[in-house]
Design a protein around this ligand. Structure first.
Ligand SMILES: Nc1ncnc2c1ncn2[C@@H]1O[C@H](COP(=O)(O)OP(=O)(O)OP(=O)(O)O)[C@@H](O)[C@H]1O
Ligand SMILES: [Mg+2]
Length: 200
């Protein structure tokens, strides 16, 4: 007879679904993030996976917008601290980047577990590095570079959340106009000249 934990996992798996999108420019990725941010609530966790420059921070900037984090905050990868906190939206945003994580003790020191039960949304860049610690109900987003400006965005998570996102996208409210894609910058950090490529 299957173990209760396995049965629970299998039921949860059945309640998860995946949405695959294409983003043609940074502004479109920000827009996808904003839609997600509008749907997220305190206690939610978003696990971002993708190579250097895939658009994880760009998507997080959109999530911050959707949560209503004041525009004065420049959302960038918390490169040396593992965590940046952004207060002030409908909930706070706890933005982890575990690229430089050296081990589980390092993560524990940040208070990661406590943040998961805080009154805020947790977003983790390079979540594949801490897969065991990512909560089962998390929204997983895998970003892949297809062309210089084209990204595949695969959103997997609880059916309700993913379906709501799909409904908004299909309603056309997300559409990024050609002029959005032609505008310089896109991800605010690029407007500030931050180069994300080739981390030491
Ligand atoms: N469709 C797109 N969506 C997102 N970013 C794009 C897109 N097209 C081009 N880019 C560029 O790709 C880069 C994405 O940078 P970003 O910092 O978001 O990546 P990242 O996945 O967080 O990288 P890192 O692992 O270094 O933190 C930016 O320079 C951005 O301008
Ligand atoms: Mg980043």
């Amino acid at each position: 007879m299957p173990h209760l934990r396995e049965m629970t996992k299998s039921i949860m798996d059945q309640q998860r679904t995946t949405l695959v999108l294409l983003s043609h420019c940074p502004a479109e990725t920000v827009r996808i993030g904003r839609i997600l941010g509008e749907l997220l609530a305190a206690g939610d966790c978003v696990a971002l996976v993708g190579e250097l420059g895939a658009g994880k921070t760009c998507l997080t900037q959109g999530i911050a917008q959707g949560l209503g984090i004041p525009a004065g905050y420049a959302v960038t990868s918390p490169t040396f601290t593992l965590l940046n906190e952004y207060p002030g939206g409908k909930t706070g945003l706890y933005h982890f980047d575990v690229y430089r994580l050296t081990g589980p003790a390092d993560l524990a020191e940040t208070g990661f577990e406590e943040y998961l039960s805080h009154d805020g949304v947790v977003v983790i860049e390079w979540a594949d590095k801490i897969e065991q610690q990512v909560p089962e109900g998390a929204l997983y987003i895998v970003l892949s570079i297809l062309e210089e400006n084209v990204r595949k965005v695969e959103i997997s998570g609880p059916r309700g959340q993913v379906d709501s996102c799909a409904a908004i996208l299909h309603s056309g409210r997300h559409l990024t106009s050609a002029s959005d894609c032609e505008a310089p910058g896109g991800c605010p950090q690029n407007a500030q000249g931050k180069n994300t490529e080739g981390r030491p």
